[in-house]
Write a protein that binds this ligand. Structure first.
Ligand SMILES: [Zn+2]
Ligand SMILES: [Zn+2]
Length: 124
């Protein structure tokens, strides 16, 4: 029952035809201009790249602790140019670019727990 409700809510366009090989483009299904944004998480302690997932609209490392140093804090980095190594770690966010939107490409970093990261509005 829960699942069918969820599917109903997510019936908005997923922009599946905007392929990840392009940075951006118009979605042929809904006509919106879509920007592909890749994000990775990195351990704040040792700097190793962490496998990244999206959970409840937030970009998070898949595992709570770093497999390299055991650290718990991480930072989120926007990947400007995705490559075949990073693609294994990164998540793709298809963002609708509204008119006149200032595209911000700064790297956001935060300490887990001490600072509540801004909620990302993931739009499909
Ligand atoms: Zn679309
Ligand atoms: Zn680490």
């Amino acid at each position: 029952m829960f699942l069918s409700n969820l599917l109903k809510l997510n019936r908005k366009c997923r922009h599946d035809h905007v392929t990840p090989d392009k940075n951006c483009g118009y979605c042929p299904d809904c006509g919106k201009f879509i920007r592909n944004e890749w994000y990775i998480t990195r351990c704040k302690c040792c700097g190793v790249k962490l496998k990244t997932i999206i959970k409840n609209g937030e970009i998070l490392p898949q595992h709570r602790y770093c497999s390299n140093c055991g650290g718990e804090s991480f930072c989120v980095e926007k990947v400007e140019q995705i490559n075949f190594i990073d693609i294994n770690f990164a998540v793709l966010i298809k963002r609708i670019v509204e008119n006149n939107e200032i595209i911000c490409s700064t790297t956001r970093c935060w300490q887990e727990k001490t600072y509540e990261p801004p909620k990302l509005t993931v739009q499909y």
